[in-house]
Design a protein around this ligand. Structure first.
Ligand code: 4AD
Ligand code: MG
Length: 431
């Protein structure tokens, strides 16, 4: 039967109410003829007291012998109890085991992070993972709401592609009926085609990167929030990014007070309020230099450099005007300094680093052909993409946001893997 009473409902019931709930045993304490069960469902945690005399003998035995993570049906009366989580206890008259357990539940206090990931299918039910997944869902909804409020049309793009967007080094090859194809790194090019009809588009779908690097912030499959906008330049693009990130993160956190307390996470909404500072790549090199990290002009900043750079910051900020050699071929050169591109990454503070990457696209046909040739790419692979510059080409810009990167930063997660239901990294494809 459809469950219609949840723990959160019981926590709100007046003392003396009769209640019945299906939930899992999170913890159990035995005190002779008194058994305390901590039950958990998707909405919260409830303490249940099963006491000889109040509950029948069969219920008392069922409660005393049920293993951790058993599913039980409990019937009882709501009592106020200041020592119980939520200030409420259910005094049970009946306990029935609906789903028993085979031996000990594999997840115990103190097992390491690797064992937790090996048992991710079982760990998902923990209150901690559940809290993170709820916040993730709220963030995603806030992002979608933001786009919808601001005139963007949602589109869904293919995952099988035939040419690299972000460089060949991180492409996953697949055998497509004897032809070589790849899993997409970004739906940007399809979005660029879509803006001629829709002008402002966004997509939320997985991207794939054959990342060989083992860092705390790289996945091989991640959820990519991407948008493309016609008739904008870099400064307007940054305004879109900072409003999207700021407003949707604030909404998600405001809706998640309970989960943030559970994760022991304090935060300030003020640090998320846009606008964010804009810092040029060349200034970033100076900041790094002053912190003892010297990078030759023209080199990309990796996870380590971004960590050092962002450590002293309290708020996110844009890093702009990256040198041409650090960026993919489609980035538009700055007309006032052709060595750099009209690009911007949003960096999260306190060591987290890049969460958004974007910029203006080359919209002039000859300039784009020139870049493709200069990078040693084959123009035939980009035939349809070049066509877009042949028919009513428009100034445009866009960006990609890594959903798990944003969550990792917002929630202060040590590893990005904690932001995923079932993380995919170079070393992990099971469960
Ligand atoms: O900076 P990236 O590579 O940019 C693009 O893919 C553009 N084509 C997007 C666009 O303009 N439409 O990736 C964008 C964002 C990064 O800032 C990061 O947040 C996330 O995607 N990202 C990853 N997240 C987790 N694991 C990885 N391996 C990631 N690679 C990129
Ligand atoms: Mg990037």
């Amino acid at each position: 039967m459809l469950k219609n009473v949840f723990i959160k409902d019981i926590l709100k019931m007046p003392e003396g109410s009769h209640a019945e709930v299906k939930a899992w045993i999170r913890n159990k304490r035995l005190h002779g003829r008194l058994v305390f069960l901590d039950l958990r469902d998707s909405t919260g945690v409830l303490q249940v007291a099963v006491k000889g005399g109040v509950a029948d003998q069969r219920s008392l035995e069922a409660a005393a012998s049920a293993g951790r993570e058993s599913l039980v049906l409990v019937e009882g009366v709501v009592r106020a109890d200041s020592r119980a989580p939520g200030g409420v206890e259910l005094s049970a008259s009946r306990v029935k085991v609906l789903g028993g357990v085979e031996g000990d539940f594999p997840i115990k206090k103190g097992i390491g992070s690797r064992a937790l990931l090996d048992n991710r299918h079982l760990h998902l039910r923990s209150v901690r993972v559940t809290a993170i997944m709820k916040i993730r869902a709220r963030l995603l909804r806030a992002i979608r709401d933001w786009f919808e409020r601001n005139g963007f049309i949602e589109i869904n793009c293919p995952t099988f592609i035939t040419a690299a967007v972000e460089g060949g080094a991180t492409l996953f090859k697949v055998d497509y009926f004897g032809r070589e194809a790849y899993l997409t790194q970004s739906v940007q090019f399809y979005q660029e085609a879509a803006i001629y009809g829709l002008e402002r588009v966004y997509s939320i779908q997985p991207s794939f990167r054959a990342e060989k690097s083992k860092t705390r912030r790289h996945l091989t499959e991640f959820w990519h929030v991407e948008a493309e906008i016609a008739h904008v330049g870099l400064e307007d693009l940054m305004r879109v990014i900072e409003r999207l990130v700021g407003e949707s993160c604030i909404t998600a956190l405001q809706e998640s007070g309970e989960e943030l307390r559970l994760l022991d996470r304090s935060y300030s909404l003020e640090m998320l309020e846009p606008p964010y500072d804009r810092i040029k790549y060349s200034e970033a090199l100076e900041i790094l230099e002053s912190k003892g990290v010297s990078i030759p002009w023209g080199s990309d900043l990796g996870a380590d450099e971004e960590k050092v750079l962002t450590e002293g910051f309290e708020r996110p900020f844009f890093l702009t005007h990256f040198p041409r050699e650090t960026k993919a071929f489609y980035h538009r050169a700055d007309p006032s300094d052709s060595r750099v591109t009209l690009s911007a990454d949003l960096l999260a503070p306190k060591g987290y680093g890049e969460v958004v990457g974007g910029g203006e696209r080359i919209y002039d046909l000859d300039e784009l052909m020139g870049r493709i040739a200069a990078e040693g790419l084959d123009a035939r692979d980009y035939g349809w993409y070049l066509d877009l510059r042949r028919y009513g080409s428009v100034q445009h810009a866009g960006f990609g946001l890594g959903l798990e990167r944003v969550l990792q930063w917002l929630l202060g997660l040590r590893s990005i893997k904690s932001a995923c239901l079932f993380p995919r990294t170079r070393a992990r494809i099971y469960p």
